[in-house]
Design a protein around this ligand. Structure first.
Ligand code: TA6
Length: 283
């Protein structure tokens, strides 16, 4: 079986990565956006809104938007950066034993001239998706290919399909300091985080979290990012999002390895961050 095949998702060209054991991921070239991840048992693990645009006209609501070079409005450019609305290239793919992988690339040459002028830095992005069985790994690299430093922030804005928000909790943040969306700060005092209302917090990174959903337990590990962003819009903000059905906020939680505050990347330097997700148990 071929490791990668080209498919259409909505009206977007996408790459399907298939592992020999049945695990599968679908990545749109638009945004190098992971739209679907199925573990080897065939179960979808990511949420994608029923109202999202899937034609390249807007960022996709669901899956894993790639946030670069700025998180939200923490920079001078478009909210959450241009990477999620740029068309990437499939650079390489293959298999390594049972592991199937594909790697996507973006450089200024891939951008429309106006976007390249708006962020006039020489960069090379690589994003590698590798999967097998119950495990998915995302490996993001940014390299400064120019002669001057540039600032960047990054996040892998992962929308997990949790089935029922009310049955969802996150362990692993106890004692972590956080900043919330109104910029107030605090420390996580409960061992388990649950969701009764809007939640939008930037937690100081811990090496691993456990996400308990209605029907599974997932272990989330990150390397070299600085925060976990945890977001659910709650009823009122969800109703204001045109690309989300009103009750869909009850089905997902975003948990994002992130480097929220822009930091400088020196000429010739490279930064790499990893996110590993393992579906550890099922109900
Ligand atoms: O990651 C959380 C966040 O920054 C929230 O503040 C929230 O608004 C969200 O991302 C979604 O942003 P978007 O631009 O995709 O609507």
């Amino acid at each position: 079986m071929a490791v990668v095949t080209m498919v259409e998702y909505g009206s977007l060209p996408a790459v399907r990565i298939s592992a020999a054991d049945g695990a599968q991921a679908t990545v749109a070239l638009f945004g190098a956006h992971l739209l679907s991840w199925r573990t080897a048992d065939g179960k979808e693990r990511l949420f994608c809104s029923s109202r999202t645009a899937l034609d390249g006209s807007k960022a996709i609501r669901g899956g894993v938007p790639v946030i670069f070079p700025q998180f939200n409005v923490r920079g001078d450019g478009p909210r959450h950066g241009f990477a999620r609305v740029s068309t990437w290239r499939l650079a390489d793919s293959g298999s390594d034993g049972a592991l199937a992988w594909a790697e996507f690339a973006l450089t200024p040459d891939d951008l429309p001239p106006a976007a390249a002028q708006a962020w006039p830095h020489a960069f090379a992005l690589r994003l590698r998706f590798a999967l097998q069985g119950d495990t998915l790994e995302l490996n993001f690299t940014v390299r400064n290919t120019g002669a001057e430093a540039f600032p960047f922030g990054v996040a892998l804005h992962t929308y997990f399909d949790v089935g029922q928000l009310a049955a969802t909790r996150i362990d692993g943040l106890l004692g972590a300091s956080y900043t919330d969306h109104q910029l107030s700060t605090g420390v996580q005092e409960q061992a388990s985080l649950s969701f009764e209302q809007k939640h939008d917090r930037l937690y100081q990174a811990t090496p691993a979290l456990t996400l308990h959903t209605a029907d599974a337990t997932l272990r989330l590990e990150q390397q070299d990012f600085k925060q976990w962003v945890v977001w659910n819009p709650g009823a009122a903000d969800a109703a204001a999002l045109a690309d989300l059905a009103d009750d869909e906020y009850l089905r997902f939680v975003c948990i994002e390895p992130a480097l929220v505050d822009q930091q400088a990347l020196a000429a010739g330097a490279e930064w790499n961050g990893r996110h590993r997700i393992v579906c550890a148990a099922r109900a």
